[in-house]
Design a protein around this ligand. Structure first.
Ligand SMILES: NC(=O)c1ccc[n+]([C@@H]2O[C@H](COP(=O)([O-])OP(=O)(O)OC[C@H]3O[C@@H](n4cnc5c(N)ncnc54)[C@H](OP(=O)(O)O)[C@@H]3O)[C@@H](O)[C@H]2O)c1
Length: 341
């Protein structure tokens, strides 16, 4: 038998939504691989999934967890591309589980068993493909990054620098600001202590070329106001609204005369949803995994070791890890160790 989390109640309160269940550990089917899951990635959007806002048909109970990293444990008789013991990253919807059954096409081979490679999937692909294909970022652009010290933001900062941009990184604490300096951010705004509108008016009167928007609400309206002529706002998320039980998880953004504003200043506001960019995955995975392996990209993971209750270990700790992320306490990507290798 093995254990996994399932959603039994549709709510954005992760702890209330889930239950730990036991399943029989069966052989993988002929075309399947069974992965022993060692590290699972926690994503801000997990609570949109528990609320059945997306990525599920909503029929209860359903599995939860977008990322699993572990070793190939058993191989179906027709699978030739993987071997037992090999480290892999699984693109899944059952990541909060001790074992994951997967088609080989949803497995990415890894050079080593390290949780840091979890950053290459939802976070890394969103950051790199989003900046390139939706933000059209180029050298000399001023790029404003929200939630810059989080799982996705840390890669956005580095990729924008890699493309030759000037990076303005937004975060909430001195400790996170220090990390952002190490990543090469050029200017840091602490939204808890600084007035974003005032700082941008004084320091960047010509406006921002690319806004990486993950927060929603008032911050969205303020950043929209500071877009430069031909500026691009990439709408990635709306974390301030996820915890509410509102059906869609995004608040309304009050911007008057929206059409006139985008027309007269040639602005664009572009939504980006990673799963609509499958065709770009192989190329960007290749680059990200190689750069993380060589140390050319920092992919920091936060396993909660600094918390008073210690490391996130075991499926029982996933809810605590989700609350940690939504409390804005994390630096880098939140990861739960599911079991020993
Ligand atoms: N569209 C897509 O395909 C896609 C894919 C991946 C991620 N995303 C989005 O990207 C964002 C980041 O996701 P992630 O999983 O990488 O999480 P994360 O950045 O590792 O963690 C969330 C961070 O957001 C900030 N935050 C939390 N609550 C907040 C609040 N109420 N107001 C303002 N900031 C808050 C905190 O950073 P500070 O302390 O620095 O404020 C926190 O560390 C989310 O909006 C997520 O939905 C979208």
């Amino acid at each position: 038998m093995y254990k996994k989390l399932q959603v039994f109640t549709k709510t954005s309160n992760f702890r209330q939504a889930i239950k730990l269940v036991e399943c029989p550990l069966v052989k993988p089917q002929d075309e399947e691989v069974r992965v022993k899951n060692i590290f699972a990635g926690v994503n801000a959007t997990d609570i949109n999934i528990t609320a059945a806002r997306y990525f599920t048909d909503g029929k209860l109970p359903f599995d939860i967890g977008l990322e699993a990293l572990g070793v190939v444990d058993e191989i179906g008789s027709n699978v030739t591309t993987f071997k037992k013991g090999q480290p892999v990253l699984a693109l899944t919807s059952s990541g909060f589980s001790e074992y994951v059954y997967s088609s080989p096409k949803n497995l990415v081979p890894l050079p080593e068993l390290k949780p840091n490679y979890l950053v290459t999937y939802v976070n890394g692909l969103t950051a790199t493909i989003g900046l390139d294909k939706a933000g059209h970022v180029k050298a000399g652009d001023k790029v404003f990054v929200t939630a810059a010290a989080g799982g996705t933001g840390q890669i956005v900062v580095q990729w924008a620098k890699h493309r030759g941009a000037y990076v303005i990184a937004m975060t909430s604490s001195e400790k996170k600001a220090e990390y952002l300096k190490q990543l090469g951010a050029d200017f840091i705004i602490n939204y808890k202590t600084d007035n974003i509108d005032q700082v941008l008016t004084e320091k960047f009167p010509d406006g921002i070329d690319v806004v990486w928007e993950t927060v929603g609400g008032e911050i969205y309206s303020t950043l929209f106001k500071h877009l430069a002529i031909r500026g691009r706002m990439v709408v990635i998320g709306s974390i301030t609204n996820y915890s509410s039980e509102q059906s869609h998880g995004f608040g309304d953004v009050p911007i008057s005369n929206f059409q006139t504003k985008i027309l007269m200043r040639s602005l664009s506001v572009t939504g980006f949803m990673l799963l609509n960019y499958h065709d770009c995955f192989p190329e960007y995975f290749g680059q990200l995994i190689s750069k993380v392996h060589k140390g050319e990209i920092k992919a920091v993971v936060d396993l909660g070791e600094q918390t008073s209750d210690g490391k996130f270990f075991g499926l029982e700790q996933v809810a605590r890890a989700e609350e940690y992320l939504h409390g804005g306490k994390n630096l880098g990507k939140v990861v739960v160790q599911i079991q020993e290798p």
